[in-house]
Design a protein around this ligand. Structure first.
Ligand code: CUA
Length: 177
């Protein structure tokens, strides 16, 4: 089959452009962490209290062994648990949520933070909250009659005023063995 050389050249150029775009996307996704707001990670919503990660005494703000700050919360009709968290400003934060019952959402006004919390999946958002202050955490997916009252409070304090939680260990007697 004969292909005109000029046409062949343009075909290569357009394939090259497509390949360039695909590699830019791959590069961003792999090295800059640019991806859809949630990751695909499943969890059994009915057994959250038995899961290691979302057990009641593991919720809230924690600092892991590498110094990363991780916030774990459970969304359930009609609240986020815990009701109130305190995090440092200008610091990378990893939020992880799981729903205990139905579809919820979480939205933090005045910031770019917003995600759905789908039962059966773990929602994850990596963000930096630049401005200290008190922010509401609002549910933005209709989840029932109490939807309007479903919210928690986030206090963002200046980095130097934030004290990390005492230990990366749950408090209380539950885990004493
Ligand atoms: Cu939860 Cu609306």
């Amino acid at each position: 089959m004969h292909i005109d050389p000029l046409e062949r050249k343009w075909a290569y150029i357009s394939l090259g452009i497509a390949a360039l775009f695909v590699s830019v996307i791959l590069f961003d996704a792999l090295f800059h962490g640019v991806n859809a707001p949630s990751n695909v990670e499943t969890i059994d919503s009915a057994r959250l209290h038995l899961s290691e990660e979302f057990a009641e005494d593991n919720l809230g703000v924690q600092v892991d062994d590498n110094g990363n700050i991780i916030v774990r919360m459970v969304a359930g009709r009609y609240s986020f648990f815990p009701k109130h968290i305190t995090v440092p400003a200008d610091t990378p934060l990893k939020f992880r949520w799981a729903s205990i019952d139905v579809l919820h959402g979480v939205h933090m006004p005045m910031t770019n933070m917003s995600t759905m919390i789908v039962p059966g999946y773990v929602s994850e958002v990596n963000t930096v909250l630049p401005k200290p202050g008190d922010y509401p955490f609002l549910c933005n997916e209709y989840c029932g009659l109490g939807h309007d009252h479903m919210w928690s409070k986030v206090t963002v304090v200046a980095k130097q005023h934030w004290t990390p939680p005492a230990a990366n260990k749950p408090e209380g007697d539950l885990n004493d063995e």
